[in-house]
Design a protein around this ligand. Structure first.
Ligand code: HEC
Length: 316
């Protein structure tokens, strides 16, 4: 006993729904895939790795399956000194970002340079790869592209990483997972908006800066400073360390939560961190019984705190 009106209504709904999905999903995909990646976009996706949120490699958001951003001061193969060069090391099995897996998202010019000059098609998951970002002038424009240095220069990922000192390693991919997991975006944005913001927080992003990044952590309702360029206005690892352990150590009235649990059990020298004692000493300091605040333990190399600090300082 279907009424004719119901059928008409159902069809009208179907058409309206289909059309709105087409406009929202399909049309946006078409125009987004025509955006050429910028240099910043390449640095981001190579630094963060395949996906920066929930994924099969890392269901509990521990920061697994991520590349390491390194600064090389000597050729990892020959040992010859060279100008400081930023490289992204993907050890065997670490999933590649979209620009390597789906090169068409880079845009035509970047794709063709990456594939032909950068030999990115030679990168395999089994052997891993070391990637570099370059720019080349074409018709008056600087076109960024990826070089697979494992194919072009014979830099093996594991051997390369082994030669890099700890101070030249930056766990930005793992750190971004911490940023997403801990909900920093609840208060902070990674997207300076319109005029006044640009004067205070720095240049807005360009089209192509987010090409291949997933998810972007723009944030929505800002309650705290925009962090897009925070590493340029405050590059102190020490300050970040104190501030994440307890923001009140450096900003007495800060509403930002403590992230001391990201330190884990042990500090950089392998000593067990006594959080209760730290808290008691800190309370003595607050009540005036002691004149200095207790020292903040230095985070261990593999701690989540270290990765988060690396990520934040990398926001230039
Ligand atoms: C409840 C809101 C809130 C949350 C959640 C929060 N913050 Fe903050 N954050 C603030 C406020 C407010 C400030 C400014 C006062 C201060 O420096 O503590 C701030 C300051 C900062 C600064 C210094 C900014 C500058 O301009 O120098 C950094 C870096 C930072 N937060 C990083 C983080 C990270 C990373 C996380 C997640 C682990 C986080 N914040 C989570 C509120 C928050």
């Amino acid at each position: 006993m279907a009424f004719r009106e119901y059928k008409i209504g159902a069809r009208m709904f179907g058409i309206a729904f289909g059309l709105s999905m087409f406009i929202t999903l399909y049309m946006a995909t078409v125009s987004i895939s025509q955006v050429t990646v910028s240099k910043v976009g390449l640095e981001r996706q190579l630094g963060f790795g395949r996906i920066g949120g929930f994924s099969y490699e890392d269901p509990f958001l521990k920061g697994k399956g991520k590349p390491v951003k390194v600064v090389l001061k000597a050729d990892p193969k020959t040992g010859a000194p060279m100008d400081a060069t930023v490289a992204y090391v993907y050890e065997p099995g670490i999933p590649f970002p979209s620009g390597i897996n789906h090169p068409r998202i880079l845009g035509e010019a970047s794709r063709s340079l990456s594939e032909n000059k950068g030999m990115t098609l030679k990168a395999t998951l089994q052997t891993g790869a070391v990637f570099l970002v370059h720019e080349e002038e074409q018709n008056g424009f600087l076109v960024p592209y990826i070089e697979n240095a494992t194919a072009t220069r014979g830099w093996e990922p594991t051997a390369t990483l082994a030669k890099v000192e700890d101070t030249d390693r930056h766990y930005v991919g793992k750190g971004k997972i911490m940023f997403v997991r801990e909900g920093c975006w609840w208060c902070h944005t990674l997207l300076p908006e319109q005029t006044q913001d640009w004067q205070y927080f720095g240049a807005p992003p360009m089209l192509g800066d987010f090409n291949g990044e997933s998810p972007t952590a723009f944030g929505s309702d800002r309650k705290a400073p925009d962090l897009t360029h925070v590493g340029s206005r405050n590059s102190s690892q020490e300050w970040m360390m104190l501030h994440f352990f307890n923001p009140r150590l450096v900003q007495p009235h800060s509403i930002m939560p403590r992230y001391d649990y990201l330190w884990g059990e042990k500090d950089a020298s392998g000593n067990v961190i006594n959080f209760d004692k730290w808290r008691a000493d800190y309370n003595d300091y607050l009540s005036g019984k002691s004149l200095t605040a207790p020292d903040v333990p230095f985070p261990a190399k593999d701690s989540e705190a270290r990765a988060l600090i690396d990520f934040v300082l990398n926001l230039k």
